[in-house]
Design a protein around this ligand. Sequence first.
Ligand code: THG
Length: 290
Amino acid sequence: MHTILKSVTKEITIGIDHPFVMIGEKINPTGRKKLAAALAEGNLDYILQLALDQAAWGADVLDVNVGVPGIDEVSVVKKVVELIASATDLPLCLDSANTDVLAAGLAAAKGKPLVNSVSGETKKLETVLPLVKDRGAAVIGLTMDDNGIPRTPEERVAVAEKILEHAVRKGIPAEDVVIDPLVLTVGSDSKAALVTLLTIELLRKSLGVNINVGASNVSFGLPERPTVNAAFLTLCIQAGATCAITDSAKLGQTVRAADLLLGRDANSMRYLKYFRLAEKLREAEATEAG
Ligand code: THG
């Protein structure tokens, strides 16, 4: 199963027989005061910098969330989408809980974007899926419904099946539905990561769909988060995840190493190329920092 995303000039394929796809997580103001302020003030330079940095560090797709209380998200999302398209050639992942904001982002985006996200909640299925269908976009389906986030892998897969069924019934091809098994922090529930990993395995076996993880969620509240995130992301990739919303600067090397170890990198080409790129970028950062 291949999910294809597009910008004007670039095509990204998500699939188990392709290199793991990184969706850059940084254009999301949740917990980021500087970005929230930039969005509120219309300071596009900072947002542009986040887009360029993530692209430089190997992000394949950029997540765009402009959710700041009190701002006109509909007009801001349009500006941000156009800005990113003018500066990078990456497809976008449009992230909002608000349908009007998603619609505005979808209208402004060129190519074939990914919508983040729909869930199994009846109201979401009815409002988000028609937008996805009309725009010919792809969509991330979160395994939660009107009763919340199920505790067991079997129940999460049942929600995934429901989302897939609704999407296909509305005319969205199954390959354009990427399922997200949801990641909760292991800091407050020692079995949280395990439930996600078992859900990934079950999704892969029973539905064969593409699978996204928001891997950084796993480490909320813990020290030395990048280590926990890297270990978890590696386990997710082995279990069958095919893309992640993540920090490409921190996790890029781990992702390339996992692809290498899983036989998706002939002659270690991508791993070595990334190593040289990271070396250059770190040197440049050190020079800048004086
Ligand atoms: N699934 C889907 N979408 C998602 C998530 C998911 N979107 C949001 C989130 N989860 C993924 N994105 C982030 C973005 C940032 C962080 C974690 C997940 C994060 N930020 C640091 C913090 O808040 O402490 C700030 C780090 C920094 O400043 O750079 O951890 O699961 N479909």
